[in-house]
Design a protein around this ligand. Structure first.
Ligand code: PMP
Length: 396
């Protein structure tokens, strides 16, 4: 029966609800600032948003959105290819192209649409998509839709990538290599210098999803490829406005003139309404702030170091390097769920990530840091972990 496959999911949800837990879909009842809210009836510090620069609540971004809503209305009510291209969309595309120093950029309604749509469109039957095994669901989904042969290489493992590129031989000319700048779940940065060198040696087309690295790495927040000094090896920069820019939407920027034809071939771009001008206006305001206020990126990294060091000193299993995502690995799903709930009760909201959403089957409490966190808030987050979370058996 069609719906039978959802029975076990329905049972799990019912059990969680009966226990008074809502880890997936906790409701934010009101927002106090970029880092504080009322969630599920409790005042909490937000330590699980992707608001890396704290710009979702910046008065300049809010004002830009308000002005655009007053000027352009609430929605475009149409596709970019029909009536949905407004001057705001074109201005943002020009600003993104300028940021990456390339001739073209295209703006999508979501980041998911950008990565899924481009993977599905750039490669087709007869082509190859060579993707990192820990790729985001939007990349997997696009790869599946593309009809191309999909080959995974071991997460951030240049030797494994090289082996597969070598095997592909002349087919690398039809191969799209897809990696992320910073990986969303564990917060590790891709070895982009090595990956770019392999692409140069063996051929292929390189797409870098800068979703979690835009605003976080590189001069003017350009991202991981720029920070690694290999932006000129990237064929397609993709990313989202929903993290550092505090809005919603996605983009692709490319040095290839063909992107203009790709635009008119991508279903996720054509057959969906364009983003509301107010959203685009706030993303533009945030992009300008990201480029001109490097102290935000510096503060984010200072905060990341404080949280990473504090959690490591508690004996918790965090990744080897500090970063905007600090993920604590716990023994299993039940332990993680109970710890997540205790943290919420103690006034700290983090993301609970359990298989299959997590890489390597780990159960994680995923914290994301913001430039807007104060030192005192970070201390409170660390104190809450101390009180609520027992280090996993395999912690260092
Ligand atoms: N790519 C990556 C690597 C992501 O982490 C995400 C969001 N989690 C997306 C794409 C999709 O972006 P959005 O949520 O803005 O649609």
């Amino acid at each position: 029966m069609l719906l039978d496959k959802f029975a076990s999911m329905a049972r799990t949800r019912a059990e969680l609800e009966a226990a008074g837990l809502r880890p997936f879909g906790a409701v934010t009842e009101s927002l106090i600032s970029a880092t504080e809210a009322i969630v599920e009836g409790r005042p909490v510090i937000l330590a699980g948003t992707n608001n890396y620069l704290g710009l979702s609540y910046d008065p300049r971004c809010i004002a830009a959105a308000q002005e655009a809503a007053a000027r352009w209305g609430t929605g475009t009510t149409g596709s970019r290819m029909a009536n949905g291209t407004f001057a705001e969309h074109l201005a943002l595309e020009a600003e993104l192209a300028e940021l990456y120093g390339v001739p073209q950029a295209m703006v999508f309604t979501t980041g998911f649409a950008a990565t899924q749509g481009l993977c599905a469109t750039l490669a087709g039957p007869g082509d190859v998509i060579l993707l990192d095994a820990d790729s985001h669901a939007s990349i997997y989904s696009g790869a599946q839709l593309s009809g191309a042969e999909v080959i995974r290489f071991k997460h951030s493992d240049p030797a494994d990538l090289e082996k597969r590129l070598r095997r592909l031989g002349a087919r690398t000319a039809d191969t799209l290599i897809v990696v992320e700048g910073i990986y969303s779940m564990l917060g590790d940065t891709a070895p982009l210098a090595e990956i770019a060198a392999l692409k140069r040696e063996y051929g292929g087309w390189l797409m870098v999803d800068e979703a979690h690295s835009l605003g976080v790495l590189g001069e003017q927040g350009r991202g991981a490829a720029a920070a690694a000094g290999v932006a000129d090896a990237v064929d397609f920069f993709v990313g989202t406005f929903s993290k550092s820019l505090g809005a919603i939407g996605g983009f692709c920027a490319s040095p290839h003139a063909a992107l203009e034809a790709v635009r008119f071939s991508t279903r996720a771009y054509i057959f969906t309404a364009s983003a509301s001008p107010s959203v685009i206006a706030s993303a533009r305001a945030a992009l300008a702030i990201m480029r001109t206020e490097p102290e935000l990126q510096r503060r984010l990294w200072t905060n990341a170091e404080q949280l990473h060091a504090g959690l490591r000193e508690l004996g918790l299993a965090v990744g080897p390097q500090p970063g905007p995502v600090v993920a604590v690995t716990l023994d299993d799903r039940e332990t993680a769920l109970a710890a997540w709930q205790r943290l919420l009760e103690a006034g700290v909201y983090v993301n609970l990530v359990v298989p299959p959403a997590s890489p390597t089957g780990a159960s994680l409490l995923r914290c994301s840091v913001s430039a807007a966190h104060s030192e005192a808030q970070l201390e409170r987050i660390i104190a809450a972990f101390d009180a609520c979370v027992v280090p996993c058996a395999t912690a260092p």
